[in-house]
Ligand binder design. Structure first.
Ligand code: C5P
Ligand code: C5P
Ligand code: ZN
Length: 473
């Protein structure tokens, strides 16, 4: 079978699949976030179905030390998913002899090299945008389709690929595009996914209605967003039964007609309160439903599923998230839900901290230093969320620092689609500004990160600010 959702990548995927089939066993190495976990689950499942023995491991960041560590294991073949492109030179250095036989399946900006190895599968090499059109999980899905042999159909894995893409916020314009959309189509055809237009708020499967509306702050609806009492008053004023036996229903408990009624009342309310048309449009978006998962669970909704996964991997429990992706619905799911409570609390406390402290304007960028107030593994998510709050200017990228260790500082940068259209490329900014202070970094145009020596934050800001000023002209 040579089916592929992304024809541009088909030949390269076939070459990578060939390399994996020739392996006695494979070590799958992946990144500790939702996209990394789903990449690992897709690759692992496809290898299993192809009869290729494998094991999985995760890294927070793939640096020179990590690559050397992997080269020293007795695995001959190492499959990198959701990272590796940024470390191409380090990987190439171990690629022959007594190192390892690598296969890289990634969507990050590749590091500069003169070579174009045949085992490097990355949408950016084929004219496909790695920040908006294909995630790491999507690239792993392309590989999974190439690993199919007769009798194997990996299209069910499209659902997992969509969780990865949504986890990487590739649906930020309200829906998935390009290669991602082709994967959605395959998932729908395979019966693993359903897509529909719905209210664009997080928690439709699991949150009681007033909480759902109170926490829906991407589009601020005055009198309802951030106000439990306001949300209750709004719901009470509708001709919809929002409670059953004294308990609030969730969005999934409403009928289609009721959902439409609530959504249109919310839009009318927003219009009356003067919310701009552009923001009102964002109240409705495409949602992706995992049809095999029970209704009313986090797993049913791609967005909630991806948050559940971030709640594991970013807290050193990638094993838990991977087990959930692979179908564990007992112990691992229970543990993941516990971790989710902590993760939510940390995000909300982190965002409140940023709101209290505010950001510092450096000219072309704005920044905050969270020190040890925000965990370095989630400071990027908080930086992204901070772009919507009062006091943070959406016309400048946000750069955030957090303590990584006594000697190293983690940097996370987030921009907007509008800034990227004007020329912003945070992957270049993070990579060059960190190199200037003896660190390293990379990522995507719209979201990138770095690790720098502690104490170099100020110099780093000066470099980053200048680079952004140059990019935005
Ligand atoms: O390493 P990885 O590619 O998986 O991380 C992507 C990060 O970039 C995620 O934290 C995601 O939230 C962020 N991102 C974003 N907006 C986009 C694309 C990615 O904030 N449009
Ligand atoms: O950690 P954070 O969510 O801010 O990362 C944003 C993006 O930058 C991710 O895609 C991540 O893989 C990338 N990154 C990188 N090198 C680093 C830190 C982050 O390529 N040192
Ligand atoms: Zn990714």
């Amino acid at each position: 079978m040579s089916a592929t959702p992304v024809p541009e990548m088909a030949d390269r995927a076939a070459t990578c699949a060939e390399r994996l089939r020739a392996a006695e066993r494979v070590l799958v190495v992946s990144h500790i976030d939702a996209d990394g976990l789903t990449s690992a689950a897709i690759a692992g499942t496809a290898l299993k179905r192809a009869g290729i023995p494998h094991e999985q491991t995760f890294y927070k960041q793939l640096d020179e030390t990590a690559v050397a560590e992997l080269a020293a294991t007795d695995y001959e073949t190492v499959l990198f998913t959701d990272f590796g492109s940024g470390q191409l030179p380090e990987i190439l250095a171990h690629a022959e002899g007594d190192g390892f036989t690598p296969v890289i399946v990634d969507h990050h900006q590749p590091a500069e090299t003169d070579v174009n190895p045949p085992y490097h599968l990355n949408p950016l090499l084929f004219g496909i945008n790695g920040a908006r059109e294909l995630s790491g999980a999507g690239a792993a899905y392309v590989l999974a389709r190439a690993l199919e042999s007769s009798g194997v159909d990996n299209r069910d894995l499209a659902a997992t690929a969509v969780v990865g893409a949504v986890g990487d916020m590739q649906d930020s314009g309200g829906q998935l595009h390009g290669a991602n959309a082709a994967i959605v189509e395959e998932g729908v055809a395979a019966g693993a996914l359903a897509e529909g237009k719905d209210l664009a708020v997080y928690g439709k499967q699991t949150r009681p209605l007033p909480k759902l509306l109170e926490y829906a702050t991407d589009t601020h609806v005055p009198g309802i967003s951030s106000s439990y009492a306001g949300a209750v008053e709004f719901l009470d004023g509708l001709d919809v039964d929002c409670q059953v036996e004294g308990d609030w229903k969730r969005w999934v408990d409403l009928t289609d007609a009721e959902r439409r009624r609530v959504a249109s009342a919310l839009v009318q309310h927003a219009v009356r309160r003067g919310v701009p048309a552009r923001k009102i449009e964002q109240l409705v978006a495409t949602t992706y439903t995992l049809t095999a998962e029970p209704e009313g669970t986090e797993l049913r909704d791609a967005s909630e599923f991806s948050t559940l996964l971030n709640a594991t991997a970013r807290y050193e429990r990638a094993d838990v998230g991977l087990a959930v992706c692979l179908g564990d619905r007992t112990g691992a799911l229970k543990r993941a839900r516990e971790l989710l409570r902590t993760h939510r609390r940390n995000l909300s406390e982190g965002l409140n901290w940023v709101k209290r402290q505010g950001v510092t304007d450096a000219g072309s960028i704005q920044w905050f230093d969270a020190g040890d107030e925000i965990r370095e593994t989630i400071v990027g998510i908080v930086a992204g969320m901070s772009m919507g709050v009062d006091g943070v200017d959406r016309s400048k990228p946000v750069v955030a620092f957090a303590e990584e260790s006594g000697t190293e500082t983690k940097v996370s940068a987030r921009g907007t689609a509008g800034l990227v259209r004007e020329g912003l490329d945070l992957s270049v900014v993070m990579s060059e500004a960190s190199a200037a202070v003896g660190g390293n970094g990379g990522g995507h145009d719209i979201a990138a990160g770095a690790t720098i020596p502690a104490g170099k934050e100020e110099t780093f800001i000066q470099h980053a600010d200048q680079l952004v000023a140059d990019q935005l002209g």
